[in-house]
Design a protein around this ligand. Structure first.
Ligand code: DGJ
Length: 703
């Protein structure tokens, strides 16, 4: 039993394999957070369960550590719920009403306003094996009048009594997503958020908090990730009384909405966790959680080829067939035609929205290419960008009223496109219909779903349509509903989430997406940093990485084919180069690497990731993947640049069995046998020299 109520103490405990999460109802009826961390005896927390006063300036300090509080009375922290009643009252006083334990791992608390029938249910679900707790809330309007919801957060996490607080998060931009940052939390707020309509490349709804001293292998880390693919907000607020509260949910920015009588709002899920074993364990717990609880399937990612960097919009059936021929020779399992196959899509200036096959590019229909691809033993996949429209398109000419726009202004064009108001029922239906036609008519097994711009002018010119700010939420609700429906109708089709790279990856979309395109930057060196940042929160099981050209188009950097493969083998492998132009030697070399990847793929995608060394603070990056049974490891090492004849370094490995013997094999064929303890204390020698060198080492337990 992971959840329990201690009646004598009026305390609740959520216990996972390694952690305790404790709260209680104090004498004033406040649901006071008491403890979150390594396991303790819950009833011992009773002595901290009492309201605290300081002065008439901070009248109710315990309300700052409330599990979930309405804005009203003496409440000055970032509110979890802020409402306006129809009679003008803006004070919400939530009273604890009771609890219900569901099964082994779930508990819900019922709260209600002291006067109005506005009910709130706070849901907790323990994931004991990964030391995580999923939280969300439901708000029900039992009044006969509408209630305006001004802010409703999914959860409040409290981290108490650290001498110092450090917050780690990611930031970035297009082609440079998932850059790690950390910042000291002093009194006040640190806000991570998106106001761009989707998750965003500039931030991601994941955080970690520690005392400034945790590292990859040690130290207490509290962390969380929110599952919402629209505007979101995570606020870390340090109070003047020493604790930090992390509040997260759908962003309240421009998003007040109305709950009509009887209506229920359900928030996204905000998962939180604690580990005393540093950032590495945090990531492994999140990765396993995604694989076991979030992702729609547990299939291994297929090796794919994608046409984008090779042909961009210049798609022709002959060109694609030639690429497919080479891809099949390399051992590719899924051939994906990216942008440029439909409508009058010869550049990014036209065609978006016209989801019919371009007859000049495919005079015999798409079937000709699909048959060719299937004949070569591969699956066929297709790119779409359903939420977008070029003004130069039949769709826009037929339905100019479907785009986000305010009646008195022009819509801002980004990449020459506008966005469809997916919150409108007719737009949702249009997307469902054309996707259903495509997936019914053609044998398509994979969809890459892109979105190449942010939301602007979030209004509508449709007469009679409600132009309120709830469109931010409706867009995401409808998007999720479309994906859910398509998955249901086409269970054999896999989906990739992409937004000009990694701008829509979060635990919300990952409930529907099998894999994620994490950046348009495919330079293998830049990718190491992007992939590392990504790995803090998200699993290699979804992380798609392509091998592309050298020198790279973005920065002119030349990298060996082996380095490019090693970098891309650390997640789901793809090839995105113009392989029609590759030499026989390059193709043969690549074929060997694809074969090798298929051997190690289960360890990479299903295993445990250990970040041994980072280019953020070293000249060498090293990442180890262990199979779940710890019988096999794959280690990738990358030397940035050798200096002053520096000695070969050894990297102690992690997570092996000390007493077992292992065979160690480098990718140039050297083999030796080492004891687990040797590998974990002395390590594997790297023998890397020069610039941009890489090496893969395989370690197998000898039975
Ligand atoms: C952005 C994506 O991230 C790219 O991979 C590619 O699909 C282009 N869009 C196509 O327009």
């Amino acid at each position: 039993m992971s959840v329990q109520y201690l009646e004598n103490e009026n305390i609740f405990e959520i216990r996972t394999n390694q952690t305790s999460y404790v709260f209680g109802i104090n004498e004033k009826g406040t649901i006071q957070h008491l403890y979150w961390g390594a396991q303790v005896e819950a009833k011992d927390c009773a002595y901290v369960l009492k309201s605290r006063l300081h002065s008439s300036f901070d009248a109710e300090i315990d309300r700052e550590t409330e599990e979930y509080g309405g804005w009203g009375g003496c409440h000055y922290a970032e509110p979890a719920l802020k409402v306006s009643f129809a009679d003008g009252v803006r004070d919400l006083k939530l009273r604890y009403e009771g609890y219900r334990i569901i099964g082994e791992n779930e508990i819900l608390l019922r709260l209600a306003d002291v006067y109005y029938p506005l009910d709130v249910e706070i849901h907790y679900k323990a994931i004991p094996e990964f030391d995580l707790i999923e939280r969300y809330v439901q708000v029900r309007n039992g009044l006969n009048e509408s209630v305006r919801i001004e802010q409703v957060m999914a959860a409040v996490w409290t981290v108490q009594a650290l001498p110092d607080y450090r917050m780690t998060h990611v930031t970035g931009r297009w082609a440079g997503e998932y850059q790690l940052r950390s910042t000291v939390l002093s009194e006040g707020k640190k806000v991570l958020e998106s106001r761009r309509g989707f998750t965003g490349p500039h931030a991601n709804p994941w955080f970690a908090v520690d005392n400034g001293k945790a590292d990859e292998t040690s130290g207490n880390v509290w962390f969380g990730a929110l599952g919402w693919s629209g505007n979101w907000k995570i606020v870390a607020e340090k109070s003047t009384f020493g604790h930090v509260r992390i509040v997260g949910g759908v962003n309240d920015f421009d998003s007040a909405f109305v709950l009509v009588p009887g209506e229920v709002y359900t928030s996204p899920v905000f998962v939180g966790g604690f580990t005393s074993c540093g950032f590495g364990q945090m990531s492994r717990n999140l990765h396993k959680y995604q694989r076991d609880y979030v992702l729609p399937t547990s299939k291994l990612r297929k090796v794919l080829y994608n046409s984008w960097e090779a042909t961009e919009f210049a798609v022709t059936v002959e060109g694609q067939k030639e690429l497919a021929q080479q891809a099949a020779h390399l051992g590719v399992e899924r051939f994906v035609v990216d942008d440029g196959w439909f409508g009058q899509r010869h550049s990014d200036r036209a065609g978006l929205g016209d989801w019919y096959v371009n007859e000049e590019k495919f005079p015999n229909g798409l079937e000709e290419l699909i048959d060719h691809v299937k004949g070569l033993g591969m699956e066929f996949g297709l790119w779409v960008e359903p939420e977008s429209v070029n003004p130069d398109s039949d769709l826009y000419r037929a339905h100019p009223e479907w785009v986000y726009q305010f009646p008195t202004r022009e819509g801002t064009q980004l990449r020459n496109q506008l966005l469809l108001n997916v919150g409108l029922p007719e737009v949702k239906q249009f997307i469902l219909d054309f996707m259903t036609t495509l997936l019914t008519k053609y044998d398509i097994r994979f969809i890459k779903w892109d979105m190449n711009r942010t939301v602007t002018e979030p209004g509508t010119v449709v007469s009679g349509q409600d132009v309120d700010a709830s469109m931010w939420i409706k867009h995401v609700d409808h998007l999720y509903a479309i994906w859910a429906e398509l998955r249901e109708r086409f269970p054999k089709v896999e989906f990739e989430t992409c937004a000009g790279g990694g701008a829509r990856i979060d635990l919300g979309i990952l409930r529907y997406a099998d894999q994620a395109w994490i950046s348009d930057n495919t330079d293998a060196r830049d990718r190491l940093a992007i992939q590392e940042g990504f790995s803090y929160a998200y699993s290699p099981a979804v992380m798609m990485c392509w091998v592309t050209e050298s020198p790279h188009g973005f920065n002119g950097r030349s990298l060996p084919l082996l380095y490019r493969f090693h970098s891309a083998m650390m997640g789901g492998l793809g090839i995105g180069a113009n392989i029609s132009k590759w030499s026989v030697e390059e193709l043969d070399e690549a074929k060997r690497y694809v074969e090798l990847y298929k051997e190690i793929r289960p360890v990479i995608l299903n295993g445990d990731l250990y970040r041994l060394s980072s280019l953020r603070d070293s000249n060498v990056a090293a990442y180890q993947y262990n199979s779940t049974e710890r019988s096999e490891s794959v280690v990738f090492t990358f030397l940035q640049s050798q200096h002053f004849g520096a000695e070969v370094r050894h990297f102690p490995l992690q997570g092996l069995e000390s007493h077992a013997s292992y065979q160690v094999q480098t990718d140039d064929g050297e083999v030796c046998v080492r004891h687990g303890s040797t590998l974990m204390n002395i390590g594997v020698p790297l023998m890397l020299r020069g610039d941009y060198k890489s090496r893969m080492i395989r370690v197998k337990r000898l039975e």
